[in-house]
Design a protein around this ligand. Sequence first.
Ligand SMILES: *Cc1c(COP(=O)(O)O)cnc(C)c1O
Length: 401
Amino acid sequence: MAPPRFTGSFTQQEPIPEAGIEAAVAVMRSGRLHRYNVAPGEASEASALEREFALWQGARYCLAVASGGQAMQIALRAAGVRPGDPVLTNAFTLAPVPGAVAAAGAQPVLVEITEDLVIDLQDLGAKARSSGARHLLLSNMRGHLCDMEALMAIAAAEGVTVIEDCAHTMGATWKRRKSGGFGLAGCFSTQTYKHINSGEGGLLTSDDAEFIARATILSGSYMLYERHGAGPAPETYQDIRLDTPNMSARMDNLRAAVLRAQLPLIDDRIDRWNQRHDRIARHLSGHNAIRLPHRPAAEGYVGSSIQFTVPGIRPEAARAFLAETAARGVEVKWFGAADPVAFTSAHSSWRYVPRQSLPATDRILSGLFDMRLPLTFSLEDCDQIAGHILEAASVVLEDTA
Ligand SMILES: *Cc1c(COP(=O)(O)O)cnc(C)c1O
């Protein structure tokens, strides 16, 4: 008897906590949804969120914006990226990352990844030298952290400023230091599928006063920047307020209220994600055709999704594997598809980026599978999902042996 088809939804997040719903209703009752619309003596929800997130992240400053993509675009501009500049970034990431480079008018220089899905540090050094790039938008894609100390040493040696895309690493650590705290800035997303959920939203953190002042004006603060909860002293803005364009990408108080109620929950969510991730990883690690990315002891990860590779799998076998898992109700994504599907795409389908030869990345992506792990799944659900994957693998991988 085959085990029953899995019926859970891979896109169903947990509800907004009641405290967040109540705070959001209070904002709506007040009518003051715009973050700079405050009553005398009042701190807005957006400003309180900035203060609280900066404290949690251990950053001096935080700026709340409209999306994770906007956090990255603003960070690049505030870091001094000019139109036409080369910007290094991972060849394996999500489309908003090369999109942010393109939005700044810059040219993505794609860096290879390793079997463990992190940026290849050797290729990074080589491409920093060959391109002359002064900036790296480091994508901690799917929550995998490279050796952050080694990366920062290369960046320092090559004169490269690092901006971290932490859309999948909010709460992750390298040697107990939080992801987002290594480079000039950390960019976080609060879009529904990330670690805290406001539908859309982004958070930008930094310890650099002038950088965050430029970012604040770019985000559309007008001359109201003094109302920020976690911003630099007003003097910092003296010239910046006149030299910096307004690109209107603010977060509103409604979303900030929904997020503030989730900040105290992040650490517990991380524990629960890792229980689910590790449960599935344990099942899959027993299969000899399946390879799990190595997780170094220095990495404190957040298993909100899981990746595995089937090295050498041919495209027709990969498609058969997807069909077998889908038939069992399990939504596995494949990064090797020629055409972009849903959230997944490969560098070859970003046609606005000059074509680049990335043989290692292409080989790894051709066998890379990915699965989201919402917290609405129980541990028993994870056992069932892993069982289905192993069954599908046994059907397909036999055929290709
Ligand atoms: C989601 C995501 C982003 C951007 O977040 P948005 O808030 O959707 O703009 C950036 N990088 C990665 C890797 C992501 O997954």
